[in-house]
Design a protein around this ligand. Structure first.
Ligand code: C5P
Length: 399
């Protein structure tokens, strides 16, 4: 395959040299553009030696200014690695301030992006909005991963390992996110209902029972389904993550409100229950703030069972054609998920081990459990897990 590699400014650029080597060894023909920032970290000579050809860098250089459209037409795929925060921002907003961004705007080739930056920059709402925008246009993402950074700091923002980037390139299909297998409009005309976040179950007017769910995974699934053309209703408990663009969001507090909102949103073709619904609520919520009386000891809370939204919709008269549940487990992850599949009456269960840093974290390692068997997926950013789930759902509807 004809591969154009765009190297932007990050200390991780040295790993792209290894990626180029692996890509050529795998039979790809590689050309490279080195941005001004990229050239601060690796030399043109090193890139030229590894690609075996000229390294393009200056939009205004005589040959390149005439040839940037030709260069944009040449590749079958473009890999932006490492992609800095600045590069993502320019791509998202269609800026053409240098050769790399101009070629990206002028090319129709599918793009795979491997970001690398400081965790605070990656998590910044501006970067995340740019990422969501790019994903929505079908740009694939490989990483970033969590781990140690060049600075004495760790978190999400680390460049994916070169061999994994090559694997992502092989897996990703044009027109969908990395790891996805369906085209951009594959879910057009379908209604997808997604639950996300925790629920808050009041004890009294100021206190509640909740859990650690951030809503990141459920919101990412809503985004990914919308990117494949579905009309999406997202019923979300209280979260601080931003509402996904192009999705109807209905905010609720309690499990009972979540069930009512879901039932009101039917009919739907797809139901994905990603919310971490509180299993119990306080049977009789106090109407006034409970007082801490001296010498009275701690109150005993009488609990009641909450409705099971997933089980209710699985058995609903207007059951969505495909019902997907989650199973957050701390042990016997797959075994519990298989039992849940039968007990809740859903079609698939996405099982994840939450004994580590998954709840509230940026990555997830899941197993897709269906009546046909179990698929183990690698540890991936939650957005990437979402793209894969959406692509699998699309395959059910457009095999
Ligand atoms: O029973 P458990 O909470 O482990 O099941 C998890 C799955 O069921 C998730 O998909 C979750 O969204 C869903 N669920 C629900 N309503 C509940 C409890 C869980 O929809 N009351």
């Amino acid at each position: 395959m004809k591969l154009l590699v765009i190297i932007s400014g990050s200390v991780a650029a040295f790993k792209t040299l290894m990626f180029i080597r692996l890509a050529r060894a795998a039979g790809h023909e590689v050309r490279a553009i080195l941005t001004e920032g990229g050239a601060r970290f690796v030399t043109r000579e090193a890139v030229a030696a590894l690609t075996g050809g000229p390294v393009h860098h200056d939009l205004w250089a005589a040959e390149e200014s005439i040839g940037h459209i030709r260069l944009a037409r040449w590749p079958e795929r473009i890999v932006v690695a490492p992609a800095s925060a600045n590069m993502l921002a320019r791509m998202a907003h269609g800026l053409t301030t240098d050769l790399a961004s101009t070629v990206l705007l002028a090319s129709r080739a599918p793009v795979l992006v491997a970001p690398a930056m400081n965790p605070a920059m990656w998590e910044h709402p501006a970067t995340q909005a740019n990422v969501a925008m790019l994903r929505g246009r079908g740009v694939g993402f490989a990483g970033p991963i969590e781990g140690a950074m060049a600075e004495p700091e760790s978190g999400a923002g680390r460049f994916i390992e070169p061999a994994d980037l090559l694997a992502a390139l092989t897996e990703a299909r044009p027109g969908a996110g990395a790891g996805a297998g369906a085209g951009a409009g594959a879910l057009a005309g379908r209604h997808a209902l997604v639950t996300s976040g925790p629920t808050h179950e009041p004890i009294d007017p100021v206190r509640y029972i909740a859990n650690r769910s951030s809503g990141r995974q459920g919101h990412a699934i809503a985004t990914a389904l919308a990117a494949l053309g579905a009309r999406v209703t997202l019923v979300s408990g209280p979260v601080s993550v931003a509402d996904p663009a192009g999705v109807r969001v209905q905010r609720v507090e309690t499990a009972r409100e979540m069930l009512a909102a879901c039932e009101a949103a039917l009919p739907a073709d797809i139901f994905v229950a990603a919310a971490a619904v509180a299993d119990w609520r306080v049977a009789a919520e106090a109407t006034q703030k409970m007082k801490k009386e001296p010498g009275a000891g701690a109150p005993v809370l009488n609990m009641a069972l909450n409705p099971d939204i997933l089980a209710s919709l699985s058995r609903h008269a207007a059951r969505p054609r495909l019902v997907v549940g989650f199973a957050a487990e701390t042990e016997q992850v797959v075994g519990h998920a298989q039992a849940k599949l039968a007990r809740k009456g859903c079609d698939w269960v996405i099982a994840n081990d939450v004994s580590g840093d998954v709840m509230g974290g940026l990555e997830n390692r899941v197993h897709l459990v269906t009546a046909q068997g179990v698929e183990d997926w690698p540890r991936l950013p939650k957005e990437e897990v979402a793209s894969r789930i959406a692509a699998r759902i699309a395959k059910e509807f457009c095999p």
